[in-house]
Design a protein around this ligand. Structure first.
Ligand code: ADP
Length: 362
């Protein structure tokens, strides 16, 4: 399915990773040389990029069964029937998979949620990215081995001589979305090129720099939205992670990013909530900020699995950004809605499956 973009819909483009998660649930993490039998195993679509695209798409529409009832009288044309009338944004994904069954699974899953996958390259000679995940059942702790494969070998990856490599970066983003979302599970070079292209075209960027690596300072200049968790905030800013234990410390970290040109800094703090701070004037100013605060996390019935909670947060926040109305955009209101969406994800097992549809946020 390829959703037909409506000119009236805001457009979100996610440039990032697509991985298949191979998850084994084990009674304990194996010692060197130990062979363990898992209690269960799951294969599921993942990757921060794909998860965030699914989050944007799911959170922008009602559950399909719900919308089918609502849309019963709408057109029966084959291309529009899979695009519920309640859709609030056109979401597209740019990335790469191999020409294997995992790549097909990822593309199908994105399409099934209404994401336009025409920008997902199928590289015939490459493998799809894989995350091997061992979940220690008693504690819920993960150990993860990531094999980026196609994610790292196209769009400027250093290790491939693939002929697709050279052409793509200069064309990023492929169209002019209202918001470009990126993470760091693809080559940094690709992210930097896309940032530059977005700046030249006046496209707002939301950067979720995970997994965190120290970034060149130019990244921050003119960046509209930076969404980081506390560990990432510490790594990127060079401040001790304990600094993020207090609202004052979060403010200090946020100032570090604002001083380098970020317009809005969002620091997610798990069950503690979210700290936000925005620049008071034009990007690049180091002057005092006027808009900041700590928004408490939503109550959850139980913390079942935090996988994709951060991705859900990004998806809902992005939707709030692109659907800003005549009254403008309130960061605090957007954070509250994003907290609400992420809380639903925390209550369920899985990655993209655990992300709520829009009508589940009551
Ligand atoms: P990441 O998963 O990227 O490390 P966080 O752990 O900060 O990010 O979680 C992202 C968001 O998920 C939080 O800002 C919050 O909205 C929600 N969240 C995470 N843990 C909880 C929790 N225990 N209770 C309620 N919401 C949570």
């Amino acid at each position: 399915m390829k959703p037909s973009p409506s000119s009236s819909l805001p457009r979100i483009c996610v440039l990032g990773s697509l991985n298949i998660d191979l998850v084994s649930y084990v009674p304990h993490h194996p010692e060197p040389g130990e062979t363990l039998t898992s209690s269960s195993f799951a294969v599921s679509p993942g990757g921060k990029g794909a998860n965030q695209a699914v989050a944007c798409a799911k959170l922008s529409r009602s559950h399909p069964s719900q919308s089918q009832q609502n849309d019963a009288s709408s057109s029966s044309s084959s291309s529009s029937s899979s695009q519920p009338a309640t859709t609030a944004a056109h979401v597209s994904m740019v990335g790469a998979v191999g020409a294997d069954s995992y790549g097909e699974l990822l593309r199908t899953n994105l399409s099934a949620h209404g994401v336009d996958v025409s920008g997902v390259l199928v590289a015939p000679e490459l493998k799809t990215g894989i995350a091997i995940i061992l979940v220690d059942e008693p504690t819920g702790q993960n150990r993860i081995v990531l094999s980026p494969e196609a994610n790292h070998q196209v769009f400027g990856g250093s290790s491939s001589s693939d002929s697709n490599n050279a052409a793509v970066p200069s064309e990023l983003p492929p169209s002019t979305p209202d918001l470009l979302i990126m993470q760091l599970e693809i080559p940094l070079q690709t992210v930097l090129l896309a940032l530059e292209a977005a700046k030249q075209r006046g496209v707002d960027v939301l950067l979720n720099p995970a997994p965190a690596v120290v970034l060149p300072e130019e990244v921050y200049a003119g960046l509209a939205h930076l969404v980081v968790n506390e560990t990432e905030a510490a790594i990127l800013s060079g401040l001790p992670v304990a600094t993020l234990d207090t609202a004052e410390g979060c403010g200090q970290a946020a100032e570090w990013f604002l001083a380098r040109g970020v317009s809005t800094v969002i620091i997610t703090l798990g069950g503690r909530g979210v700290y936000f701070k925005t620049a008071s004037a034009g990007a690049g100013q180091s002057q005092a900020s006027e808009n900041h605060g700590l928004v408490p996390a939503e109550q959850v019935s139980a913390v079942v699995d935090t996988t994709a909670a951060g991705d859900t947060f990004v998806g809902q926040y992005a939707l709030e950004v692109v659907s800003r109305g005549a009254n403008g955009f309130s960061v605090e209101a957007a954070v509250k809605k994003a907290n609400k969406a992420a809380a639903r994800t925390v209550e369920r097992k899985g990655a993209s499956d655990s992300i709520p549809w829009r009508d589940e946020l009551v």
